[in-house]
Design a protein around this ligand. Structure first.
Ligand SMILES: Nc1ncnc2c1ncn2[C@@H]1O[C@H](COP(=O)(O)OP(=O)(O)OP(=O)(O)O)[C@@H](O)[C@H]1O
Ligand SMILES: [Mg+2]
Length: 249
């Protein structure tokens, strides 16, 4: 089910201070179509994945710092003005649920959930029955996703793998697949070759001024570099260390 079929960036001048004008893939974006229940955003660090995901989230009505549409906590006003230039193309069905997951703000979100619950165990049931603060990073993320994410929702997730061990990434992959099969739509920014292997998914690569284009799983750098490294780590390290592979101190 597609609740969000795509988006267009309106041809309005952004103000000089808006950093999103200086992100090549975002500046070049005219329109984007979502064709599968699961869409992955992939690309280099700083290529604009979180910026676009956040702008979609705000344009959809989510709290910019994460949560559902009812969440209204804010620690700092850091979101960009890109959402004002986005026109979302909605599907014919209305999403029954949704969540915007930002990895950086899971801690603030956990505090907000505790505040809303005020000791009400019934409320906390949708988050696994107890405070998310009493769990590790990966545990709280999985508790949230397994208990709170439901069918027929729109879920925007930014690097969910950051918290997860390889085994739990497989658990999360199965969860993505189940949610998609149950009529949810997911847009996931990720660096994980495991997650991006999800069936019925399209991978969109953020690639500088070349824009945002579909790429096959085997063609992603994530898969190719991981596969080459695991096949012969010594060989790759010899090349890397000989070249003085660290770009930045
Ligand atoms: N609040 C901000 N002010 C100025 N520049 C910003 C701000 N937030 C992000 N940027 C810049 O915008 C660019 C895109 O950042 P973004 O967070 O969208 O990248 P990303 O593709 O999500 O990267 P990563 O894979 O590291 O998460 C980067 O160059 C970043 O430095
Ligand atoms: Mg990011």
């Amino acid at each position: 089910m597609l609740y969000l079929r795509g988006l267009e960036q309106l041809d309005e001048a952004a103000d000089e201070a808006d950093y999103t004008r200086r992100i090549p893939a975002v500046a070049a974006l005219k329109r984007l179509e979502f064709r599968c229940p699961v869409t992955f955003f992939v690309g280099e660090n700083g290529s604009g994945k979180s910026t676009l995901l956040e702008a979609i989230a705000v344009a959809w009505g989510f709290n910019p710092e994460g949560g559902s549409r009812n969440f209204r906590f804010s620690s700092r006003d850091t979101h960009s003005g890109l959402y004002r230039r986005l026109r979302l193309v909605r599907g014919s069905c209305i999403a029954q649920d949704g969540y915007f997951l930002r990895s950086e703000s899971l801690y603030n979100m956990a505090s907000y959930v505790d505040e809303l619950a005020g000791g009400d165990r019934g409320f906390l049931r949708q988050f696994g029955g107890r405070s998310l603060h009493g769990r590790s990073h990966g545990e709280s993320l999985l508790a949230l996703a397994q208990n709170r994410f439901r069918r027929q929702g729109l879920y925007l997730l930014d690097e969910p793998e950051a918290a997860l061990s390889p085994v739990r990434q497989l658990t999360f992959l199965a969860l993505l697949h189940r949610l998609a099969s149950e009529g949810s739509q997911l847009i996931v920014a990720t660096h994980s070759p495991i997650l991006m292997a999800c069936p019925r998914a399209e991978i969109l690569r953020f690639d500088g001024a070349a824009g945002i284009t579909p790429v096959a799983w085997q063609e992603t750098e994530h898969v190719q570099i991981t596969r080459d490294f695991l096949a012969a780590p010594e060989r790759m390290m010899r090349v890397l260390f000989a070249e003085g592979g660290e770009e930045e101190a």
